[in-house]
Design a protein. Sequence first.
Length: 149
Amino acid sequence: MADLTELYQSIILDHNRRPRNYGELPDADRRAEGRNPLCGDTVAVYVKLDGDRIAAVRFTGQGCAISKASASLMTAAVSGHSVSDADALFEKVHDMMLGKASGDDLGSLRALQGVSRFPVRVKCASLAWHALRNALHAEAAQAPVAQTE
Ligand code: ZN
């Protein structure tokens, strides 16, 4: 078990140090921000959709290692997947963070499981995921999407 904890810590540290998909996405058609006042974390998530598929997803933000690593892991996990896949993954990851599910099938996302023992940290780890969901399901007026007929 100790080895597993070390592995998960190294995943968090790696994604914090070298966040994947970090930076603005100039041609994004969805964008949402999140803020966690308890810790001071902020995140903005940018999504480019290709029909029902997440063609590209990037993030910017400031915050603790957990919030940044979680955002990085999130972008890597949902990029190229459908919106409904991302929604399903959100539910699984959220349940894991709350200690309601093991997350056994979530691969490197299991690195976020440790936050379930620290309720304050759940806010850090779930911030980018909530922003993603808001970006994907924002009102059209707020986040217009180019429709091609
Ligand atoms: Zn935080």
